[in-house]
Design a protein around this ligand. Structure first.
Ligand code: C2E
Ligand code: CA
Length: 559
């Protein structure tokens, strides 16, 4: 039991009491809580902490925190009732609402509590019981499919079969572009479609927001592949009432039971890992759980821990490298791109493409991106003093642009250091992540007003590039490696025509252009003939640490 320093009176008796312990373990679906109304410190039974994934057994300001767990439609009912009790108008708290459990599902609970007065007659303790209404949790209220709670009631130690987890790709994009109601309708239609395909011999569960779990006793790999293809094919045909394609695509994970020591948790873990892997590397396919996926997920987990450790220790192990941005005519270095490098305490060999993905998946790109921005500005300040007009670019992901704090601090930092904003090039990486082009355009307009230069990275690879280009106020477009890779090779004559056209498109839209991936002399002599504004690539230099870049600059400038 935890010791609560300084607590006295009724609360102490209740919290540190054997009866509490006994009641708290009475049932799996009954949770208890006690709250000291004076200090607003409460204690929740361990099973509640586990099932709802609460921050801990002891919680300060639990009312505010618990509100976030309650279904938005039920918050008013809850608030009205609880304020009646706390305000003294009601003696008993008694209401039913939906609360979010650790699986991301809302479950119905009945919450009853009462206020106990202290020796001084003032309300001292609020204590109560919350009961999960499992009858109502059996079926998902939106789709009518069985809930994950039901899945957990199953016994996987007997019999054998296949379990498949199907997740909709980019469902968030569907919701942001078409709205929640449309998203809900899609889920309802998909649930019916899956039920129809699965028939009576299989069980279908709704697993979290946009995932469906299918259990097929005695199911084989071939059967599950067929089922996955049929469901995906039908989903692909779905149209909204106005006849537009709904763009519903699935990725999937598959695992079999029983396998050595398969607990339900382990089974779910394997399915989630396989689905994550499919979404990342093999979209619109079904991935069968295997050792490679397990190893990959293990490394991603280790990377995440190591990265977090670096961040906590003042960004230890992170460093910016610089790659020159070259003027086509005379190969003079007019600026550089800042590229992030990292060596962890345990993992020393991770490339940006790998560790940046992990940072993005866990929301850490915000803090690291902030660090990158501050470093890039400091370097800009140093170089602009020595080489007036020198440009420094750095990479910013869509998530970062959507974070107001990041944009505010970028502007503030540039003002505070006195750097020439026009010589700072902010590059948008991965434009295919963009969900709200209009909001992004607003951010870009704001940055342009502040004088910043904006570049669109990897142009030509992201499917939304063309549309994005039309709507976003950018200054430069960076043409991706793959367009120039084979430029000098026989049989690739058309590549030159494509590049030429891309570059004239940039000009017509009033944008400058940077051709990336200039790896060798042959490519360089070919792109030199184009109308590209600047060039970048290994031919001039690989990205190098600051000291090496300084030497390169001195040499290039003939100093
Ligand atoms: P990117 O922005 O397209 O960066 C250019 C990548 O091309 C760099 O890879 C660079 O080393 C590589 N490169 C340069 N010249 C050549 C060449 O001639 N041939 C070939 N094949 N490659 C060349 P790097 O440094 O591994 O970075 C990979 C990606 O990671 C970057 O692609 C960018 O999207 C991302 N990234 C790097 N630093 C940051 C950062 O600070 N923040 C964010 N959000 N993303 C970053
Ligand atoms: Ca870039």
């Amino acid at each position: 039991m935890l010791f609560l320093g300084g607590m006295r009176g009724i609360m102490n008796d209740i919290l540190n009491n054997e009866l509490y312990e006994a009641f708290a373990q009475a049932s799996e679906i009954v949770y208890i809580y006690v709250c000291d109304m004076k200090t607003d410190l409460s204690r929740w039974s361990e099973n509640a902490v586990e099932y709802f994934n609460l921050p801990g057994e002891y919680i300060q300001n639990a009312g505010e925190m618990w509100m976030q767990y309650i279904h938005p439609d039920d918050r008013n009912i809850y608030l009205e009732d609880i304020s009646g009790v706390f305000g003294g108008a009601k003696a008993q708290h008694n209401c039913k609402y939906r609360a979010l459990n650790k699986y991301g599902n809302y479950v119905w609970v009945e919450c009853r509590g009462s206020v106990i007065k202290g020796e001084d007659g003032a309300p001292a303790v609020f204590a109560g019981i919350m009961t999960r209404l499992d009858g109502q949790n059996k079926y998902d209220f939106l789709t009518g499919l069985m809930t994950i709670d039901e899945f957990y009631q199953r016994d996987f130690s007997v019999g054998s079969g296949a379990v498949m987890l199907m997740g909709i790709d980019d469902f968030r994009k569907v919701i942001t572009s078409r709205g929640y109601e449309f998203g809900d309708n899609v889920l309802v239609v998909l649930a019916k479609l899956i039920m129809k395909e699965c028939g009576d011999e299989m069980q279908v569960y709704r697993f979290g927001g946009d995932e469906f779990l299918i259990v097929k006793p005695n199911g084989t790999l071939e059967e599950m592949n067929g089922l996955f293809d049929r469901i995906s094919g039908e989903a692909d045909e779905l149209r909204s009432p106005d006849g537009q394609r709904a763009h519903i695509e699935f990725s999937g994970g598959l695992s079999f039971y029983p396998s050595d020591g398969t607990t339900k948790e382990k089974l779910i873990n394997r399915l989630e890992n396989s689905l994550t892997y499919a979404k990342q590397y093999n979209r619109r396919h079904l991935e069968v759980f295997n050792q490679e996926i397990a190893d990959h997920q293990k490394r991603a987990q280790l990377l995440n821990e190591d990265l977090k450790d670096s961040i906590r220790n003042g960004f230890r192990g992170f460093e910016l490298y610089f790659q020159p941005l070259v003027q086509k005519e005379d190969q003079s270095i007019i600026g550089c791109e800042s590229l992030l490098r990292w060596k962890g305490e345990h993992i020393k060999d991770s490339y940006p493409m790998e560790f940046i993905k992990v940072l993005e998946d866990h929301g850490d790109i915000q803090s690291v991106g902030q660090w990158v921005m501050e470093q890039a500005i400091e370097h800009q300040k140093k170089w602009q003093e020595k080489y007036p007009g020198f440009h420094v670019s750095f990479n910013v992901s869509y998530q970062q642009f959507m974070n107001e704090h990041f944009v505010d601090s970028l502007i503030a930092k540039a003002r505070e250091t006195g750097v020439e904003a026009g010589n700072m090039i902010v590059e948008l990486t991965e434009s295919n992540e963009v969900e709200e082009a209009e909001s992004l355009a607003r951010v870009f307009r704001r940055l342009r007003e502040e004088g910043f230069t904006i570049a669109l990275d990897d142009f030509g690879t992201a499917y939304a590039s063309m549309q994005m280009l039309m709507n976003l106020p950018v200054n430069y477009i960076k043409i991706e490696h793959s367009f120039v890779k084979n430029l000098a090779n026989p049989g690739h004559e058309n590549d030159y025509i494509i590049i030429e056209n891309l570059l004239s498109l940039c000009r017509m839209l009033g944008c400058g252009s940077v051709v990336e991936g200039v790896e060798n002399e042959l490519i360089e002599s070919a792109v030199r003939k184009t109308e590209a504004t600047y060039l970048q690539g290994y031919y001039y230099s690989r990205p190098v640490p600051e000291a090496d870049f300084d030497k390169m600059l001195l040499k290039n400038r003939g100093i």
